[in-house]
Structures are given as C-alpha cells and as structure tokens.
Design a protein around this ligand. Structure first.
Ligand code: NAD
Ligand code: IPM
Ligand code: MN
Length: 357
C-alpha cells in the first residue's frame, strides 16, 4: 500500500504529524509512505505549488493524505503559482470529481455547536460536492473592458455527464444509507431559479433518479439550504451540490457540529486500486495562518481523513472504525482544542487519540 503524504502550509505539517503518528501506530503490513511538497512550501523550494515530481508521486500512490495549502505571502502571486493551485491541480489531474464531506454530531459535543444542543444533536449529513467543474474550472480573466473599466470574469458551467456522474455517487450513497437504515434521502441543492447551470443540474439529477427508486429525492435552492442547515440540520441525509455551493455549505455544516477542525473529506474518482478506490483525503479546513506554528490546531479532521482513507482506498474498515472511535472517545472525555472552547494543543490531542486507539 503506497501512501503519499502532502503536508503543505500553515498548520498542515503540524496536523499531518499527528495523523502520521496514528498511521504508524496501526503498523499496517506492506505499507510504503512517501512525502511530497505542495503549496507555498513547494513554490519556495521548486518554483511551483504542484511540482511535477509531486504529481508523479500522487499518480503512483494508492492514496493521498493532504494537509492544507495557503500562505498569505503568496496571495499576490500570479494565480497559477498560488498555493491553492496544488489542491485544485491534484483534484483535476487525478480526476477526483466526487468529494464526500460528512458532518455528524459526536456524543458530548452538543453544547459546543453554534446551534442549540437539541437542534445540533440531529445532524448526520453527508455532503457530496462535485469537485472538478463549476465556476472553479471555467475560463477566468482579470481584464479591461473597452471603456477601460476593469472586469473580473469567471465562467460557470456544467456539462451533463459531469452532473450525471456526481449524481450517481450521491444516489449510491443515499441508497447505502437506506440499506443500513440510517437514511435514504437525497437533497439536491442548486440555484435553478436563476442559473442555467443549475437548471441543467436539476434536470440531470431528476433523470438519474429513475435508477434509484428507493431514494427519496428533493430539491432545494442554495440560499434556502444555507438557512435550513442551521434551522433544522436533522432534515438532511445526503446532500448533492456543485463545487462552489458545496464548498460553502460544508464549512457551514462544520459549525453545526462544533468546529471546522473536526470535518474530514474524501475526494474520489473512478479509478480502482488493488485495495479500493483511489482517492485524496484532507480536512475541509485550510492552512489557518492565524494559528499556524503555535501548536494550537486541532488535528482531528486530519486524523479522521486518515480514517476515511483507510476505509475507501485501503480496504481497512476495521482500522478506520478504530480511529473514529478513538477520536469520538477523546471528545467525549473532554479533550477539546481551542476551536472547541478547550485548551488541548495539537500534540496533546494526538496523544489522546493514540492512547484511545
Ligand atoms: P481556514 O480553514 O484556514 O481557517 C478558518 C478559521 O478556522 C481560522 O480562524 C482558523 O484558525 C480556524 N481553523 C481552521 N482549521 C482549524 C483547526 N484544525 N483547528 C483549529 N482552528 C482551525 O480558512 P481561511 O482562513 O479562509 O484560509 C486560510 C488559507 O487556507 C487560505 O490561503 C485558503 O486559500 C486556504 N485553504 C486551503 C484549503 C485546502 O488546503 N484544502 C481549504 C480551505 C482554505
Ligand atoms: C476546500 C478549499 C479549496 C476549495 C480551496 C483552497 C481551493 O476551500 O478544499 O474546501 O475551494 O475547494
Ligand atoms: Mn473550502
């Protein structure tokens, strides 16, 4: 099992170190671990946020564990050289179009949610975010109009096959949850009342639904979805949405749970390896420059991303369960980082998870 670790910038290396300790503790047979440069760190060393050798390493691996990229000192570079291009480039070059972002309440954490505990307790949602299309990857420009005014330009589009493949991922997820008795509903979130991109999205999701009669499909406009997510998160089971809306709604969902430092994600495509589905795993949060280097970052989202990697890419379901249980137990025992109103530091949280593994 070949695993590539890309720690990146800011808190990336700090949280990756804790995930690495957990990975090492599992003592997996036949495991090979590589480390590669991404983001601002890679730009400084190689002149590019996603060097060719990193991309080669990613292609050769069975799974990738990714920390975070983003560096305020790089914010004025030409866009193709900015740290964020590393994650966007990995997602697009490796055809990782399906982003799974689960948000579930942990026992004992209800009081830490930004919502009232009785509302927060209900949250158990899987956001399925399309990751390789939308306004993210359309033609873009910063240009001058004929009259000399500056204009920023980003082209938003979805082609039907792009919508269909993510719809299938979401329907299958809802179907799986129906079989487990933990769900079976799919809510497609769009802005079809205004955007043609969204009208096509909705049409294709409805067409795809014919293949999944056991899944209860609904549609919601994104503005309402943002409101409903804090009003009554328990109404959602699986949510499927486009790249931009999914980015925003998943950060919002994290605060229903309690902190962005808890939410993990998987970016999957269609390629199968010997052990499972090839994928990239990362926290949904960024490099958190405001707390970087201080030992304050919560590494749980990173550690939970490792668990998702073990489950989806490496066929190690039992190890994934163990890690998730250890994190849940640490939270229940009151091991809380500053993001959750506690005072446990990055290493201390890593220690606590390891002790409960
Ligand atoms: P962010 O997610 O980095 O931080 C937002 C807030 O959440 C900050 O106050 C931060 O301290 C806090 N936070 C985030 N993760 C935390 C953790 N694990 N523990 C405790 N607190 C945590 O978002 P931002 O500030 O908008 O972006 C910072 C940089 O990260 C930018 O350059 C952005 O482009 C980049 N970014 C990268 C990714 C990625 O690598 N996938 C994701 C999001 C943002
Ligand atoms: C995320 C991030 C990225 C995104 C950025 C850093 C490109 O916000 O992974 O959620 O917008 O997809
Ligand atoms: Mn984001």
């Amino acid at each position: 099992m070949k695993i590539a670790l890309f720690a990146g910038d800011g808190i990336g290396p700090e949280i990756m170190e804790q995930a690495r300790r957990v990975l090492d503790a599992l003592n997996l047979p036949g495991i090979v671990v590589w480390e590669g440069d991404v983001g601002g760190a890679a730009y400084r060393r190689h002149g590019h946020p996603l060097p060719e050798e990193t991309l080669q390493m990613a292609r050769a691996a069975d799974a990738i564990l990714f920390g975070a990229v983003g560096d305020p000192e790089c914010d004025n570079l030409e866009r193709h050289l900015r740290p964020e291009q590393a994650i966007l480039g990995l997602r697009s070059n490796l055809d990782l179009f399906a982003n799974l972002r689960p948000a579930t309440m942990y026992p004992g954490l209800e009081d830490m949610s930004a919502l009232r505990p009785e509302i927060a307790r209900q949250i158990d949602v899987l956001i399925v975010r399309e990751l390789n299309g939308d306004v993210y990857f359309g033609e873009k420009a910063m240009r001058k109009l004929e009259d000399g005014r500056r204009q920023g330009y980003d082209f938003m589009s979805y082609a039907e096959d792009e919508v269909r493949r993510i719809a299938h991922v979401a329907f299958r997820a809802a179907q799986g949850r129906a079989e487990k008795g933990t769900g079976g509903k799919l809510c497609s979130v769009d802005k079809a009342n205004v955007l043609e991109t969204s009208q096509l999205w909705r049409d294709v999701v409805i067409e795809t639904a014919a293949e999944y009669p056991e899944v209860e499909l609904s549609h919601m406009y994104v503005d309402n979805a943002a409101m409903q997510l804090v009003k009554d998160p328990g109404q959602f089971d699986v949510v499927v949405t486009g790249n931009l809306f999914g980015d925003i709604l998943s950060d919002q969902a994290s605060m229903c749970v309690g902190s962005i430092g808890l939410l993990a994600s998987a970016a999957l495509g269609e390629r199968q390896t010997e052990f499972g589905t090839f994928g990239l795993y990362e926290p949904i949060h960024g490099s958190a420059p405001d707390i970087a280097g201080k030992g304050l970052a919560n590494p749980m989202a990173m550690i939970l991303s490792l668990a998702m990697m073990l489950r989806h890419s490496l066929g190690r379901e039992a190890d994934a369960d163990r890690i998730e249980a250890a994190v849940a137990k640490a939270l229940q025992d009151g091991v809380l980082g500053g993001d959750l109103g506690g005072d446990a530091g990055t290493v201390e949280i890593g220690d606590a998870v390891l002790a409960r593994l």
